[in-house]
Write a new protein. Sequence first.
Length: 266
Amino acid sequence: MWWFQQGLSFLPVALVVWSAASFVFSYITAIVLHHVDPLVPYISDTGTIPPERCLFGIMLNVSTFLGMATMYVRYKQVSALSPEKPQILRLNKLGLMLGWMSCFGLCIIANFQKCILYYIHVLGACLTFGVGSMYMLVQTILSYLMQPELHSKDIFWARLAVFLWSSSSILSMFVSSVVLYSGLYGQNLVQKLHWNPQERGYTPHIISTVSEWSLALSFLSFFLTYIRDFQKISLRAVVSLQGQTLHESPQSFRAEEQALLVAGSI
């Protein structure tokens, strides 16, 4: 059995591989069609113009569902491992709520392009990366509280390092974006897809785009830390039959229930 076939480890693996592929494929398509510059464009710019916009949207929608499934399995795993610890259970529920809000933001990014509805797109980015970082923080705290009995110290330090990586990327992207769009370097820079290294504003633009790619990589790296945990968990579906056929009428159900009650009273 391969390592990614153990337990439910295929879920975070699929999430990371599919999300990375959505960035790479849309980037390659945009570069081949000369829609963006090859040197570190914004991730959103690689999904602005058709046909890469269609590819970008479809693949990120799939990533949304993979992310929700991964976060739910993580929630159920923590609940099962710490059923009698109220503090962990509360943080676990908070983490699931934050994680699903982040996934909803990713869905907004996929379906509301930057050049069409900019402010809605920015809202999706804030939910994805801002709330997503809070999800990472909650999971890091849970890893700390669950060590050393349920979590190793290595996993905690790895998640803490990735969280600090994402936080520094957010700070760098925020500061450089504020400087870039402050009006000092011109107007309508949001719609600008091609940059000349000689023009004003190029340096904060590059810092902002590099920070965005760094932030995306930090998120993918965080979900890679789930692989070993998910190797130790599996889900089973339990089938409960409410009748012996699939075409019984409500009257037959009542007759069957009455027969069971009579048999029980005897």
